[in-house]
Write a protein that binds this ligand. Structure first.
Ligand code: NAI
Length: 328
């Protein structure tokens, strides 16, 4: 089987090349272009394409892929909101994905953001580089014996609960379903109580109609003063304008964001030479207690190895005509 791999970064190529040793029947060619209607024709002569979160796997793209006799789209991510599944079905194109790769990768990054924003590590790093060894502006608080509030206790939220327990924190959670594996140390509470009782709040629910702008000025006002808020889930869970208002109200000791509403044009791009007009990201970064990273929660060796191995297993299952739980 021949796969054309779109939107290749050097780290993708490394992890896939390493995993390919275990799949002698599969060859992969890499292109830096992302998959969209303009680049779909590059798949001529291949059996499958491999795409990512920002690829355009809409109706037009699928039509072109179908014309090039592509019968498999391998999504190397969990989400598939960018795939027109009805169109894929009508073209007879099978779509497979990687439902979970390393919950701990994202949860550990969430805790890293909580700790870094609490102790102002982003500030401290720059201060010391400028020979400023003073401690002003760097005071944080102990996490030990404080309350962590976890919103969404699926795979990643559960990993975050375990990490918070390891820090000696009391762990409370809000989810529409209760995760039985956490029963011995997590107390499920209504959302309002989670907001009012937590010293650190971390978001791990998916973006749906019911979670869109879950964090807004009303929910922010219900939080404890001096709370730390972390979002490694999806940007639109937080209404950015309201977050900025909350920061100006001195509500937060720290805010750590791996995702934010405006991220789509930024994610994985170097825009250091551009003047970003109307940027709410720039406004957020002007606050000393805000730390932002660019959607890197998933980015560990283990997660990339797991993504590569599962994607290639999906391709092998397809070749063997096997059904799979990873079918979308
Ligand atoms: P999951 O599906 O295992 O867990 C999601 C949990 O959220 C479930 O327990 C579900 O019941 C709960 N939930 C759904 N609606 C809710 C609501 N209205 N209120 C409260 N809880 C609700 O998903 P997983 O793997 O833990 O991923 C969570 C999120 O993390 C994903 O949706 C994705 O947005 C994000 N993510 C971020 C990454 C990054 O690199 N920053 C990488 C991978 C995922």
């Amino acid at each position: 089987m021949k796969i054309l791999f779109y939107d290749t970064k050097s780290y993708d190529r490394e992890s896939f090349q390493e995993s390919l040793e275990n799949f002698p029947g599969i060859t992969v060619e890499y292109t830096k272009s992302d998959l969209d209607p303009r680049t779909a024709a590059l798949a001529e002569g291949f059996d499958a394409v491999c795409a990512f979160v920002n690829s355009d796997v809409g109706s037009q793209t699928l039509e072109i892929l179908h014309g090039k006799k592509i019968s498999l789209v391998l999504m190397r991510c969990a989400g598939f909101n960018n795939v027109d599944l009805d169109k894929a079905k009508s073209c007879g194109i099978r779509v497979m994905r990687v439902p979970g790769y390393s919950p701990e990768a994202v949860a550990e990054h969430a805790m890293a953001l909580a700790l870094a924003s609490n102790r102002r590590l982003h500030k401290a790093y720059n201060k010391v580089r400028e020979n400023d060894f003073s401690l002003s502006g760097l005071m944080g608080f102990n996490f030990y014996q404080k309350t962590a509030g976890i919103i969404g206790t699926g795979k990643i939220g559960a990993a975050m609960c375990r990490i918070c327990r390891g820090f000696g924190m009391k762990v409370i959670a809000y989810d529409v379903y209760h995760n039985e594996s956490l029963a011995d140390f997590v107390e499920y509470v209504p959302l309002d109580r989670l907001l009012s009782d937590s010293d650190v709040i971390s978001l791990h629910c998916p973006l749906t109609d019911s979670t869109y702008h879950l964090i807004n000025i009303d929910t922010i006002k219900k939080m404890k003063d001096g709370v730390i808020l972390v979002n490694t889930s999806r940007g639109a869970l937080v209404k950015t304008e309201d977050l900025i208002e909350g920061i100006r109200m001195h509500k937060f000791a720290g805010v750590g964001l791996d995702v934010y509403e405006e991220e789509t044009d930024n994610v994985f791009e170097d825009r250091s030479d551009e003047i970003l007009e109307h940027s709410t990201t720039a406004r957020l970064l002007s606050f000393p207690n805000v730390m932002i990273t660019s959607h890197q929660g998933f980015f560990t060796r283990e997660a990339l190895a797991s993504i590569a191995s599962t994607t290639l297993h999906n391709a092998a299952d397809f070749s063997a005509g096997k059904q799979s739980a990873n079918d979308v």
